[in-house]
Write a protein that binds this ligand. Sequence first.
Ligand code: NAD
Length: 329
Amino acid sequence: MRVAVFSAKPYDKEYLAAHNRARHELTFFAPQLNEDTAPMVKKFDAVCCFVNDILNEKVIKRLAKSGVKLVALRCAGYNNIDLEAAKKANIVVCRVPEYSPYTVAEHAVALIMNLNRNIHRAFNRIRENDYSLMGLEGFELHGKTVGVLGTGAIGVAFANIMRGFGCQVIGYDPKENKTFARVGHYVGLEDFWSHSDIISLHCPLIPPTYHIINDESIAAMKSGVMLINTSRGGLVDTKAVIEALKVGKIGYLGLDVYEEEAGLFFEDYSNRVITDDIFARLLTFPNVVVTGHQAFFSKEALAAIAITTINNIDAFAKGTLDQSHVVSV
Ligand code: NAD
């Protein structure tokens, strides 16, 4: 198959090429796939996309016109695709449903450990030759209640680690699963917000979860709660979170994703001014740690993503694509 790989970084080329072993003709495009770049897709059977490529109706129609039959996502989330349009255009969309959930879960824990012991501030202080401890007081995780919103593959991996710290783990998920119930217990949403000392988001971004963290849910949380989002930016109403940080209702915030991250994350803008005032405000809080959508970024996950992506393309070509990897409306 001739495959146009968008948003291609050097590490994408390295891992995809290593696992492709010349089976498919991969052409790498550095830009994001969107309405402006869709015309670059000429004479390709498939496109391979990542989290911030924008496959709206216009782009899908353009891809279909160019002969594209498959969108092979090299990620788990698929909120950036108009699935209705893809169905109408007879384009199959597949993804990598699960690749080392430990990679993302461990990153969520890294954000927690950074925030609760002020590692980010200590790092800067020591570099300034300042060894004072005022303001760096932390808290123990042992005995705290950790809420897991979304108890799928990553939520369960995360719950297991937090259990190891001696935390009480509670979870909320409309589809309960037995694996989670072995380490934590399910509660209703009201109890979930009001009992958690730390809340970690692991549900997908779908219409019912859009801005699930909003003024109302924040009001129901414990004062000084720690909120961690390694899932998708759109789960959090950033303005509401900023207001809650200002009054201490949210005591700690760890983000790997941000609702307006497309066009910002994955690029080097160190010589430019930030024009997103909301994001700039977030970065002013001493109790906020932001990473740029790197929770997936481990050697193990990159290899697993590349293997499944290439296998998906292979299987599509042979007509044997695993239906659990297909995303449809
Ligand atoms: P999964 O499908 O295994 O689990 C998601 C869980 O969320 C499911 O159990 C589902 O029932 C639950 N859910 C659905 N609606 C919900 C709701 N309203 N409230 C609570 N739970 C709800 O997915 P996963 O592999 O665990 O991944 C979770 C998310 O992590 C993905 O959707 C993706 O957005 C994100 N992710 C982020 C990165 C990163 O680099 N930051 C990497 C991979 C995945």
